[in-house]
Design a protein around this ligand. Structure first.
Ligand SMILES: Cc1cc2nc3c(=O)[nH]c(=O)nc-3n(C[C@H](O)[C@H](O)[C@H](O)COP(=O)(O)OP(=O)(O)OC[C@H]3O[C@@H](n4cnc5c(N)ncnc54)[C@H](O)[C@@H]3O)c2cc1C
Length: 439
């Protein structure tokens, strides 16, 4: 039995420790925050349960469902009461109906001309399907040369970019389409086509992290300042309870967002440091609105705001469609600001940010809302951006021959910007670090 220190108690680090424990090793998770879970956490505000980071899971999250099942949370996975989305177009909310090709053709979201150009994107999907594996994005490195706007405009025109694919990506990944690659779009479409029923954990998405943490050795409020590894093992220095401490083990996994890793790992190889420093995460702001009554204007789960409509939001999630997150009849919404609005308002007061979100929504058919409470979350880092040219660098990093000894990495930046990918990276890191013990 080996001892392994896992730095970072987000879903990647917790999954890594869970897998190590299953393999018969002793894993200790060191987490900086007072609670584990990272960007997949829930918090209670009065009678409301707010999923402060990740909002939903999808039926295609196979690894996450397997791990949830292993810790007895399978029955807690529930479908959302509403799963259809809408987009704002010319000041109206148009439902996006993707249930069948016929339903889509009949929807009023896009002009017939734009709809007829979409199969060209589907053809690209078919052409590259052999290398489009959402849990192995690096296999698509050879086609990662173009950003989303240039790819979509070239094949399907401006309307499909601005009123369909751009807003769908922006409202899901909190990024402008310029900051995502065409290869990433194809990987996301491939994933959606593999099964994308929207689901959640009854009682909050944070239940998965809480349950995993309750079965593991997790030390919270433990700020790691350095991780050094060698053929002899791993030494981790951290601040805990106001004092400097040190822990020694056989190996370590660093499960923090990529760009944070070099600062705590002084002995990385040059190639590891160069890759990690160049990983890019967007920062962003999400505002939760707690309402006495659910607004009648929102029979959708999500609403996306295309850029030409001039609203400072990427999207609005109608969280009260998740079972058990608020009292019957009450409303819970969360709105994500655009990157530009988030940059402008970053240092404003929470009240000013929430006020701006309410003013923006009042300019749409959602109308003027009067929440009895609001919660503003500033995320930095928020989500990794898979920009054009990232996948070849990721592929080179994953295949590197020269590796820091007894050290593995985990985090969403290694697979994709959602919980299934973060968790998968943790499961893989557990296998890698065990293999490194034999070298
Ligand atoms: C607003 C938002 C909405 C999202 N929506 C969805 C969604 O609907 N569905 C979905 O599947 N995904 C969603 N995601 C993405 C998903 O939440 C993340 O991809 C995933 O949770 C990342 O997990 P991680 O373990 O890689 O990183 P993190 O959760 O960031 O975990 C890293 C941990 O390391 C800790 N840490 C950092 N530095 C140190 C240090 N020096 N010492 C000790 N600990 C340290 C941090 O405190 C953190 O807990 C969303 C994310 C955000 C922010």
């Amino acid at each position: 039995m080996a001892s392994i220190l896992v730095v970072g108690g987000g879903i990647a680090g917790l999954a890594a420790a869970h897998r190590l424990q299953q393999l018969g090793h002793r894993a200790t998770v060191l987490e900086r925050e007072p609670v584990a879970g990272g960007r997949m956490r829930s918090e209670r505000i009065g009678e409301f349960i707010v999923d402060r980071g990740a909002q939903f899971i999808a039926s295609g999250y196979r690894n996450l469902r397997r791990v949830a099942g292993e810790v007895g949370l399978g029955p807690a996975i529930r479908p959302l009461a509403r799963t259809h989305n809408a987009m704002l177009r010319s000041g109206r909310l148009e439902a996006g109906n993707y249930d069948s090709p016929l339903a889509f053709l009949r929807s009023r979201l896009l002009s017939t001309r734009a709809k007829l150009r979409l199969p060209r994107i589907l053809l690209e999907l078919l052409r590259h399907r052999a290398i489009l594996d959402p849990l192995h994005p690096e296999r698509a490195a050879v086609i990662d040369r173009e950003d989303v706007p240039s790819f979509v405009r070239r094949l399907a025109g401006d309307e499909n970019l601005e009123y369909l694919l751009g807003p769908a990506l922006s409202s899901t990944f909190d990024s402008d389409p310029e900051d995502l690659s065409a290869a990433f779009l194809l990987l996301a479409l491939r994933f959606v086509m593999g099964g994308f029923g929207l689901e959640c954990f009854e009682g909050g998405i944070g239940r998965l992290g809480e349950t995993l943490a309750s079965r593991l050795d997790v030390r919270t409020s433990c700020d790691v300042v350095s991780v050094e590894t060698g053929a002899w093992g791993a030494r981790v220095r951290h601040r805990e309870g106001g004092g400097d401490r040190e822990a020694v083990a056989d190996a370590a996994i660093v499960a923090v967002p990529g760009p944070l890793a070099p600062a705590i790992c002084p002995r990385l190889t040059d190639a590891e440091r160069e890759f990690l420093e160049a990983v890019h995460y967007v920062r962003g702001i999400v505002v939760f609105l707690l309402l006495d009554r659910a607004p009648q204007t929102l029979p959708y789960y999500g609403v996306a705001f295309p850029r030409p409509e001039g609203i400072d939001l990427y999207g609005l999630a109608v969280d009260h469609h998740k079972p058990g997150v608020c009292p019957p009849g009450a409303g819970l919404l969360n709105a994500a600001l655009t990157a530009r609005a988030a940059a402008r308002l970053w240092d404003s007061s929470d009240d000013a940010i929430a006020g701006h979100v309410l003013d923006e929504l009042a300019r749409t058919p959602v109308g003027r809302l009067e929440p009895h409470g609001t919660a503003v979350h500033r995320w930095d880092p928020m989500l990794p951006q898979f920009r054009a040219g990232y996948l070849p660098r990721l592929a080179a990093f994953l295949a590197r021959r020269e590796r820091s000894p007894r050290l593995a990495f985990a985090g969403d930046y290694l697979v994709g910007p959602y919980t299934e990918c973060a968790l998968t990276s943790g499961l893989r890191a557990a296998g890698e670090v065990v293999a490194s013990l034999a070298r």
